[in-house]
Design a protein around this ligand. Sequence first.
Ligand code: NAI
Ligand code: MN
Length: 342
Amino acid sequence: MTMKCILVEGPRRMRIEARAIPVPGAGEVRVRVRFAGICGSDLHIYHGDHPYVRFPRVIGHEFAGVIDATGPGIAESRIGERVAVSPVISCGDCASCRAGRPNVCLNLKVVGVHVEGGFAEYCCVRADLAHPVPDGVDDRAAATVEPFSIAANMLSRTGVLAQDAALVYGAGPIGMTVVQAFKGVHRVAPLVVADRLEERLARARESGADLTVNVAQEALPEVLAREGIAPSLIIDAACHPAILKEALEIAAPAGRIGLMGFNAAPSAVSQQVMNRKELTLCASRLNNRKFPEVIGWMADGRIDPARFISHTFPFTQVQDAFDLLESAPVSCSKILLDFTAA
Ligand code: NAI
Ligand code: MN
């Protein structure tokens, strides 16, 4: 029996490959994938500028489906369970894991980066990574648990206080998951969103942003001063190295700043401003066991995955989907690949 999967063989070389359907090993389940999301990092892999990937690789780390087989040691009663898969593979044994921080495991592997991923009709994963999804959360929504888990992790790192005035830099897909979590889960007000693209700011307003600032047209510090807003919680989901300096300047005393960028370029900042206001900087990577929490948000209707999904392509048209994301990113939020066709 064979299946189809999406293989990136090298930079800008992607194709559909037929492979034997994988057999779940000890402690694993096999997921019949239904939907998978395309992430900015998948585009980086495709472009050949992802630091950790080795080619050839079946990519895909945002996916959901149904368990159709179990390996030795895993109860067959899990067959038929609808699941969302967390891509974070930790060893459970290193200092980070023992400190309760498995997402920065010393032996960390990421599904779809270090091991074969979910852009495939079938994918075998460690059973504990496959999180059950209740009936009220549909298959498309389930495929977006991973990007929302990025927001959940970031906000658990900074904490959210009832009196916070929040600012999000960047209204791309990741910024929008943060906006939904801020509004739907934490009911933060005011919530300011800054971007340089009007179309994306409009989407941020639709998702509840109280004020949006087009930083290509207006200086953010001036707008905040005019509106009398001193942000106490700032999330940088734009991740340009220059942003941190401004964030430190506009943050309220005792403010927290959440950072998610991977850029290797340094940010030139002064310790004085951090010290004077006793600011807290928090980095966030992937997610630390946030899937149950995010699935709960979806089940309770506190976030709206449908609003986050902009396109769905049959997986056989993955090249068209990547071309769209590359050529017209502004028109895209989350693009899903549909693996449900026979
Ligand atoms: P994206 O590129 O679609 O969105 C970034 C947005 O920031 C764009 O809309 C852009 O116009 C805006 N922007 C650029 N410069 C700006 C500025 N100076 N001020 C305000 N807005 C500005 O990217 P996406 O997919 O939303 O991801 C955002 C970042 O999050 C990426 O850098 C990505 O690497 C990072 N990321 C981090 C993760 C983590 O676990 N820490 C996980 C996933 C993504
Ligand atoms: Mn992702």
